[in-house]
Design a protein around this ligand. Structure first.
Ligand SMILES: Cc1cc2nc3c(=O)[nH]c(=O)nc-3n(C[C@H](O)[C@H](O)[C@H](O)COP(=O)(O)OP(=O)(O)OC[C@H]3O[C@@H](n4cnc5c(N)ncnc54)[C@H](O)[C@@H]3O)c2cc1C
Length: 327
């Protein structure tokens, strides 16, 4: 196929990419979304039974009401909602298009995926963080029993499971697997459950730990993983614990290698990209950043709720630039 030309190309069909696409569509701009996986790929890969911590109202985009059965929607409801949003706006999304490079050539950007070249005037990068887990960086992490993504509890019934971490996802996973019959040990590097764990989860996990139904080893870290056990560094010395699965719920981070590769400058300390607060334009003229990647390492600071306005900010600036070019 020949080169595909568009005014605006958005990389990523998560909530942020969709918001940008909707705003561009509202302005009758010629847009295309390139997505390496599926529509809202990250949400699709969230735990099967997860419930959002936000109410459905604050996850709404494009002025389309999000109706859920209880105050906080489930993953399944969110998938249905974002599917309806994308069809309502008839967005042009090309799936299975993994962006490998973005290069400015003369006055245009050239974007290459695994099998196609695209040209455009404006690029919006909205690639999220869910594809790059924070690794434990210990021997044995590459064993198949170590998971950085949790799906559902069934595989862990009756097994010795180590859950690493103490934030929302780790607490959710520890509780869900325990209630389904796993023998759960939490390995936590600090001396308590993370203080900002949601108020409806925190007392539950703390009480399960107190009564001993979920074991927790605080101020500890996994040192090595073997097929049948783990070696844990604890304040009382090294401990060997029988183990069938390690569920490393240690968070995710944007793909910094990709961002640097396309020329975005990142802060050397916290990897926050260089961007204009008002327009979200990066250090590269006419290349914008949307969504959670703007937070760098501080991924818990930005989420769907507080990034829904990014699309408007970016498209307002693009519209002004286009008008200035025609003036
Ligand atoms: C378990 C969990 C629960 C959460 N609950 C809430 C909540 O209750 N409320 C809330 O507001 N937020 C919540 N969040 C956070 C929220 O999911 C994220 O903030 C949101 O998904 C970020 O949207 P995004 O569009 O920036 O990134 P993403 O949703 O991650 O979308 C990025 C997209 O880009 C695609 N992509 C990546 N690289 C490429 C490439 N090279 N080429 C093409 N496509 C690419 C990905 O496949 C993906 O579809 C939760 C997160 C988790 C993990």
């Amino acid at each position: 196929m020949g080169i595909i030309e568009k005014d605006i190309i958005i990389i990523g069909a998560g909530p942020s990419g969709l918001v940008c696409a909707i705003e561009a569509a509202k302005q009758n701009l010629d847009l295309l979304v390139l997505e390496k996986g599926l529509l809202v790929n990250s949400i699709y890969n969230f735990p099967t039974n997860m419930t959002f911590f936000s109410t459905s109202e604050v996850l709404e985009i494009g002025n389309i009401p999000f109706i859920s059965h209880s105050d906080k929607p489930s993953r399944k409801e969110a998938l249905e909602y974002y599917r309806r949003v994308s069809t309502a706006y008839n967005l042009d999304i090309r799936y299975r298009q993994t962006v490998k490079s973005v290069e400015k050539k003369h006055f245009k950007f050239e974007i290459k995926t695994q099998d196609q070249t695209y040209h455009c005037q404006y690029v919006i990068v909205a690639t999220g963080y869910y594809d790059t887990p924070n690794l434990l960086k210990v021997n044995g992490e590459d064993l198949p029993k170590v998971k950085h993504y949790y799906d559902d509890a069934h595989p862990y019934i009756g097994q010795n499971v180590a859950v690493v971490g103490a934030a929302n996802s780790a607490c959710d996973v520890a509780l869900e697997t325990y209630y389904k019959g796993a023998h759960v040990t939490m390995v936590i590097k600090d001396d308590s459950i993370y203080e900002k764990v949601k108020y409806w989860i925190k007392p539950n996990i703390e009480n399960r730990i107190k009564e001993g139904s979920i074991k927790a080893i605080f101020k500890s870290q996994i040192k090595e993983i073997y097929s049948d056990r783990i070696l844990v560094d604890t304040p009382d010395g090294e401990q060997e614990i029988a183990n069938d699965y390690v569920l490393a719920m240690t968070g995710y981070r944007p793909d910094y290698k990709f961002l640097k590769h396309i020329g975005i400058t990142l802060d050397p300390e916290d990897h926050v990209p260089v961007f204009d607060e008002q327009t979200l334009e990066s250090n590269i003229k006419q290349l914008y950043i949307a969504g959670v990647i703007l937070a760098g390492d501080n991924t818990s600071k930005l989420f769907i709720e507080n990034t829904r306005h990014h699309g408007k900010q970016i498209i307002t600036d693009i519209k002004q630039k286009i008008s200035a070019n025609y003036a």
